[in-house]
Design a protein around this ligand. Structure first.
Ligand code: SF4
Length: 476
């Protein structure tokens, strides 16, 4: 079941809480869907930065003993899924550095498009890199900045990098939260009220607001594109390190990545997903008896489709949430074993029914083909597949792990050819306009839809990334 675009990373930060590391741990646990390869927390009690990073899941890494070794009222944390750099402990974040500006820790969600050229330049100047991650160039740029003041040095570094970056940075007594000028990735700010007044409340930041609920924090606002918010002893302040650019919030966050109980880009994800399902029902009705989601991410769009079409919503597929990363396949081959491990059909729901199957994407098409077969084998008489976003035809350069173009089925086949390949009776996708409207976009475009159009922001050509991808394609 790997036929999905991969989540990238999740970040959290806490300022002014006696158990900052524990609060970060809780937040990271809620953001586990944004990265499952490694996790880390850095905490400060005002004098030292202490760090713990390891490979694996948040609940496995952070025991009570580990958290006790991370004392202090300030912390930042990170869940990693590698979009650049190897999946290795050396690349686990937050990264820390002890430099002429003092101790600094940094956690990054996104992908820098000019990291290779900056790295080459820094190495030519004598910088020695500890990781293969694009994030390390930011740490080097901060350390090398001629600005002596830390906030100025951070802004100096931020003006040199390009791409998608939602960052949380900490020093011994401050937390900085930053979003790139186009706002590709989300970053939200919340507050735990301790009585008001500057520097009294606990300020928290997280990739998604679902992290705030368990922390007991209230969502306050988004960190704006091009903004740096600083939480310090004197309270919260804000400045912009970059002039305003056209916004390019990643629409795939609303389609698939973010949890439906989150608010991102100032809008509830569940509202967008339900609206996508409703719009899909208007654009692509199907002659069917029941609406069945591919769980879990297809559920909210399927509800919208059912509400709009008047068809009955049914859980015809059940997901097993307890499948580990590796599983031993029996010696005797079982057809579609991987999908069957994760999904099981409800025969009593599907038998004899004409089914509208709602999913949020088709990437390579291999999994969709197996799921359609599974639904048919359970007795469905017709299977009409509806996808709650447009065909994915182009890779992402802004922090999402997409296959090469030649592996994206919609880049190489027509909708009718895809229908034939996955074995559905009919297939339809949501239109780009319908998706934009469902995500609340008004007259002024504010979403990135590049993986659906193949058109990238013109003044934002990801040269390094394109070269890297072309090189990897040539090797194959
Ligand atoms: Fe998101 Fe697609 Fe844009 Fe990447 S290209 S930022 S996945 S909308």
């Amino acid at each position: 079941m790997t036929d999905k675009l991969k989540e990238y990373c999740g970040v959290v930060a806490v300022h002014n809480h006696p158990q900052a590391a524990t609060l970060s741990y809780l937040g990271l646990h809620q953001l586990q869907h944004r990265g499952q390869e490694s996790s880390g927390i850095v905490a400060s009690e005002g004098k030292h930065l202490r760090v713990h990073r390891a490979m694996g899941l948040v609940a496995e890494i952070f025991t009570e003993d580990v958290l006790k070794k991370l004392p202090g009222s300030i912390a930042i944390g990170h869940n990693r899924y590698s979009t650049t750099g190897n999946s290795a402990l050396e690349n686990a974040q937050p990264l820390t550095v002890d430099c002429n500006k003092g101790m600094i820790a940094l956690a990054h969600n996104g992908n820098l498009v000019n990291a290779d050229s900056i790295r080459g330049w820094l190495e030519a100047q004598g910088s020695i890199f500890q990781t293969t991650s694009d994030t390390e160039v930011i740490v080097h740029l901060i350390a090398r900045s001629k600005e002596r003041d830390v906030p100025e040095a951070i802004c100096d570094a931020l003006r040199r990098i390009e791409g998608a970056f939602s960052l949380v940075i900490m020093t011994r007594d401050r937390v900085f939260a930053v979003r790139d000028p186009r706002g590709f990735r989300p970053l939200c700010m919340g507050r735990i009220r301790n009585g008001g007044g500057p520097g009294v409340d606990t300020i928290v930041f997280a990739s998604e607001t679902c992290a705030f609920d368990i922390m007991g924090a209230t969502y306050e606002r988004e960190v704006k594109a091009g903004e740096m918010v600083v939480a310090g002893p004197e309270g919260v302040s804000s400045r912009f390190f970059s002039p305003e650019s056209r916004q390019a919030n990643c629409i795939f966050e609303h389609v698939y990545f973010s949890r439906p109980d989150s608010v991102i880009f100032g809008r509830a994800v569940s509202t967008s997903r339900e609206a996508m399902g409703r719009q899909l029902a208007r654009e692509a009705p199907a002659p069917a008896d029941i609406v069945v989601p591919v769980p879990d991410s297809g559920v909210t769009a399927a509800l919208g489709y059912a509400f709009e079409s008047g068809l009955t919503f049914s859980f015809g597929l059940i997901r097993n949430h307890y499948v580990g990363r590796t599983f031993i396949e029996p010696e005797q081959h079982i057809r579609d074993f991987g999908v069957k491990l994760k999904l099981n059909p409800v025969h009593s729901v599907l038998a004899g029914k004409r089914v509208v199957l709602i999913d949020d994407s088709i990437v390579r098409g291999t999994t969709s083909r197996k799921i359609v077969r599974m639904v048919r084998d359970a007795g469905a008489t017709e299977v009409h597949v509806r996808i709650s976003c447009p065909p994915t035809i182009s890779p992402c350069y802004y922090g999402v792990d997409t296959p090469r173009k030649d592996q994206l089925i919609a880049a190489n086949k027509t909708v009718e050819e895809i229908r034939d390949y996955i074995g559905a009776d009919s297939l339809a996708y949501l239109s780009i306009r319908g998706m934009r409207e469902a995500c609340g976009e008004g007259a002024e475009p504010n979403y990135c839809v590049s993986c659906y159009t193949g058109i990238y922001p013109s003044e934002f050509i990801p040269v390094d990334q394109i070269q890297r991808m072309e090189a990897s394609e040539k090797k194959l």
